[in-house]
Design a protein around this ligand. Sequence first.
Ligand code: ARG
Length: 254
Amino acid sequence: MKKLFAMLLCATMLCMTFAALADYPEFTTIESGKLLVSTSPDFPPFESTDDDDNIVGIEPEIMALIGEKLGLEIEYMPMDFTSALAAAQTGKTDIVMSGVTASGETGEARKLMFDFTTTYVSITQAIVYKEGKDISMDNLGSQSVGVQRGTTGQIFVEDAFGEDIVVGYDTYSLVFQALQNDQIDCIVVDDMVAKAYLARIPGLVMTQTTFEPEDFAFGVFKGDSGLCAAISQALQELIDDGTVQAIVEKYNQE
Ligand code: ARG
């Protein structure tokens, strides 16, 4: 009797596991059981590295929950932003997690590189500069503006004011170093990220730009369409039950 009960219990549990997974579209990944994630971890509060070199922030928290839902182990491959996009385009990684803007003209162009999941948050570009200066949208065109290469910050400033005023760096860590060393007058960067750097570096201030608002998503390698649908579904569940908003708020307050 006990044995029969145990067998029945096992069978039920097996059914439950299959049912849970069957809720998602079928998908494959580059390495079975793993999700290879390219990321540029210079972008707090979305992704940065802690003292032990772990990748932490809003997006790793969301990614961990997506991994749990889909039964995938998350493996991060840190690199600069342009390389992180290219990795998901060429199938070196399954997905790019880097506060990637999926909206507007840039979003449309990036849709040729990879498939976007559901978007989950919105930001606007901000200008960061040293206290005491007076920089805004009105005089941005006469400043030297630091940006991370390949970002909407770079694209928007170049479209509005031309390439000559823009100085590109591979990471935002380098862009902020350049500002501190007076090698540039200001930085154009996603506002939530500006706020996070302001909290870390004294003597800086920020003001909003009038550039269009942007929506973030994850970019999935086009090789397997099931993967993007499965990740989007898992992400949508986390949006619907309030988890994503709670994570964003937690980091945005710090
Ligand atoms: N949202 C901007 C873009 O998509 C900047 C993203 C930069 N991300 C990063 N992890 N450094 O172009």
